[in-house]
Design a protein around this ligand. Structure first.
Ligand code: SF4
Length: 133
């Protein structure tokens, strides 16, 4: 029998990978934390698997143990077991790296060359480092 250790009240966070996630339920089975994600849909979707894959990595970082599997629990009570495979781990780490890279690009300042009058009437002028006004 699985013992509930968290019910939507534990936030998992990785300093290294950045994501912050809260599984719907965390149970303990033979000493291992097993995440559950509850969905209203009737079938498992690829992003459900990725969500569990993210929990696996965060649980490993937080508790120092690797959950061997997790569950997607559907509205009708059916459960789909998702294995914590190397392939899934690799996919999640690749996506996390792509997101971090995209964030870095977004944060990078874009060089602009406006006319001085455009800066004079611009609402962002007080915070802008490229203002010509
Ligand atoms: S003040 Fe900055 S944001 Fe506004 S127009 Fe000038 S360069 Fe662009």
């Amino acid at each position: 029998m699985a013992k509930t250790v968290a019910l939507d009240d534990v936030t998992l966070f990785s300093k290294r990978l950045r994501p912050r996630r809260r599984p719907d339920r965390l149970v303990k089975v033979r000493g291992l934390p097993i995440p559950e994600e509850w969905k209203s849909s009737k079938t498992i979707q690829s992003w459900h698997v990725l969500q569990l894959g993210t929990y696996f990595i965060l649980i490993e970082e937080e508790y120092g143990v690797r959950p061997p599997y997790g569950f997607v629990v559907f509205g009708n009570g059916a459960r789909e077991r998702v294995a914590n495979t190397q392939e899934l781990r690799g996919r999640v780490l690749k996506i996390a790296s792509e997101i971090r890279e995209a964030r870095r690009r977004v944060e990078k300042e874009i060089r602009v060359s406006p006319q001085a009058w455009q800066c004079r009437v611009c609402g962002s002028r007080s915070k802008c480092r490229q203002s010509r006004a």
